[in-house]
Design a protein around this ligand. Structure first.
Ligand code: N01
Length: 546
């Protein structure tokens, strides 16, 4: 354990386990943060994880069809060349089980498990100003202390189960996709109702439909989706990604979203309508999130966006045979990609099956759940199983789920009563030595997550190293820096069409009572990385080191 600035241990004799740093969560963030603090800085670091295994999001989200929308050769760590070279992905998009295997491999490969405590859910963290120490308590009643506290709790880990009257009386089984039973769910012969048509629902519906007797999809907001075109990776492609890993990584770092493709430097209006259609057609065939990258102004110009939206709506209507269902699926109330754009494997085709029906709960809302199914204002649907693909209390939710108290006992809930306020998404004023990896105000969910995570972990690791090497014990942002950054985050969002999606979880609009604030930083990952580096180079401008 490192000693404090004065070279003495200031620990009081308590029952608490004492560390230099505590890390909450053993997903992509926790594993890399542990490796960085322990193996690079030589600190005594400990990960506390609620689940019984590593993997974070990929531990919990075991719903049918769970798969990442980022391409596998980019949805991984790049901090270790050996790791990039030795791991082999099997499909264009990695499935949940494969990602979980990957993260378990990382835990073993870097000998991380010995410093990860599983099944130990953090419920509270309190900062002791006099001692510059975080006191952390877990559900099991264990006490920990550490100079630094780093949250790696993910942006999409607090399940949002809507408060629909009658759920307790439902005689069948119900599940939220974000905490799916490990043994799976047998849908054979069952009448299944799925609420939600976001990325998750769009992935799960086709798979559930194959097994269930009948699937009823309850749709509140129709969604765009691009075919994923998933499939096994060829040996040539696998070799290519290993041999060109540096170039691929450079591309990921250079772009606004951390994906392994460039955004074309042409506006929609620079080509004729016929050329636009050809370009969209080719992108549709290629599939995936790359669709967004064919023009540079799809997220900044409404007329440009309208061309992509019209193309996708036409595609939906061409796929779905029943005109009423096609109309419901293609009447979309927001510009393309202003909600996180899903990619799918035969989602729209699923509605051509005899055992699948679509229910419009925007026009006829759900009134209650009955012992035997779901009632809407238009009638009752008999069900054996309800699947809630209803998303998450995103970004700020997992942080607020813990009782975090900073200086003078101020809670994070109080501090964020009007919405989250951070400096660079990394720190909250009044909460010294607390770092929030991919917290609100950082690019996080607008990027390919491992890229955002590696950047934050590297920055935090360098910051702690600098602090300790300079004999300092704490770093804390100022309320002024946080206010300014909130302004910049809002301005960055307003420079795009993103705030035009009223029901987006980016805005917190999916959770009743949550302040409507656009949470992720939309100014682009590459720009953001430069900002963070400049701040560090400028003596950690906006932070106070003491
Ligand atoms: O959640 P969502 P998700 N009554 O919030 C509906 C990531 N992800 O789990 O739009 C009725 O997007 C809601 O309707 P509306 C990805 O970032 C990643 O699908 O609010 N319906 C919507 O249709 C994604 O964006 C991968 O009107 C209700 C749906 O439920 C994020 O996770 C794969 C309702 C929720 O959609 C979240 O996606 C999958 C209610 N009370 C997901 N409440 C990867 O590839 C909500 N809905 C990594």
């Amino acid at each position: 354990m490192r000693e404090d600035a004065a070279g003495k241990s200031t620990a009081k004799q308590t029952d608490a386990e004492r560390y230099d740093a505590l890390i909450i969560g053993a997903g992509f963030t926790g594993l890399y943060q542990l490796y960085s603090l322990r193996d690079r800085l030589g600190l005594n670091a400990q990960v506390l994880e609620a689940a019984d295994g590593v993997g974070g999001t990929w531990y919990w989200n075991r719903y049918p069809g769970a798969r990442c929308d980022s391409e596998s050769h980019s949805y991984c760590y790049y901090f270790s060349k050996e790791l990039v070279t030795e791991w082999e992905w099997s499909e264009r998009y990695p499935g949940q089980e494969e990602i979980r295997h990957y993260l378990n491999h990382v835990a073993d490969r870097f000998d991380l498990r010995k410093d990860i405590r599983l099944g130990d859910r953090v419920i509270s963290a309190r900062f002791d100003d006099a001692e510059t120490l975080w006191h952390v308590t877990t559900e099991a009643g264990r006490q920990y202390e550490a100079q630094f506290l780093i949250t790696g709790v993910g942006c999409l880990s607090s399940a949002n189960v809507p408060d629909i009257p009658g759920l307790d009386d439902f005689k069948g089984d119900w599940y939220h996709t974000g905490s799916w039973p490990h043994e799976g769910v047998d849908f054979t012969g069952k009448r299944v109702g799925q609420i939600g048509t976001g990325s998750t629902g769009i992935q799960s519906a086709p798979v559930i439909a194959e097994a269930a007797k009948h699937l009823t999809v309850f749709q509140r907001t129709a969604n765009y989706s691009i075919p994923a075109r998933n499939g096994p990776l060829s040996e040539d492609f696998k070799r290519y990604t290993k041999e060109h890993s540096d170039e691929i990584h450079e591309t990921m770092l250079a772009g606004p979203n951390g994906h392994p493709f460039r955004i074309e430097d042409r506006p929609v209006a620079s080509v004729t309508p016929d050329e636009q259609r050809e370009i969209y057609e080719a992108a549709w065939e290629k599939g995936g999130l790359r669709f967004r990258s064919v023009f540079k102004d799809l997220l900044t110009s409404k007329p440009a966006n309208d061309t992509a939206a019209a193309f996708i709506k036409t595609k939906i209507r061409a796929v779905v045979k029943d005109p009423e269902t096609a109309a419901l699926l293609s009447t979309i109330d927001h510009p393309f990609a202003t909600k996180r754009p899903p990619v799918d494997s035969h989602y729209f085709e699923t509605f051509n099956r005899d055992n699948v029906s679509l229910v419009d709960i925007k026009t006829n809302p759900i009134t209650r759940i009955t012992p035997t199914g779901i009632e809407t204002t238009a009638g009752h649907h008999d069900l054996d199983i309800i699947v809630f693909a209803t998303g998450f209390d995103a970004i700020s939710g997992p942080l607020l789920a813990m009782d975090i108290r900073g200086k003078n006992g101020v809670t994070l809930k109080e501090q964020w009563a009007e919405g989250p306020k951070t400096y660079l998404g990394l720190q909250v004023a009044g909460f010294p030595n607390l770092f929030t990896v991919t917290g609100p105000g950082s690019p996080s969910v607008l990027t390919n997550m491992p890229v955002a995570i590696e950047q934050h972990v590297d920055w935090i690791t360098d910051c702690i190293d600098t602090l300790l090497k300079n004999g300092k014990s704490r770093i804390e942002t100022t309320p002024e820096a946080a206010e300014e950054w909130v302004g910049e985050t809002t301005a960055a969002a307003n420079a795009t069409l993103l705030p035009q999606a009223n029901s987006s979880w980016y805005l917190g609009a999916n959770v009743p009572g949550k302040p409507r604030v656009f949470m992720p930083y939309a100014g682009g990952m590459a720009h953001y990385r430069k900002r963070c580096n400049d701040v560090a180079a400028d003596g950690y401008k906006g932070f106070v080191l003491s």
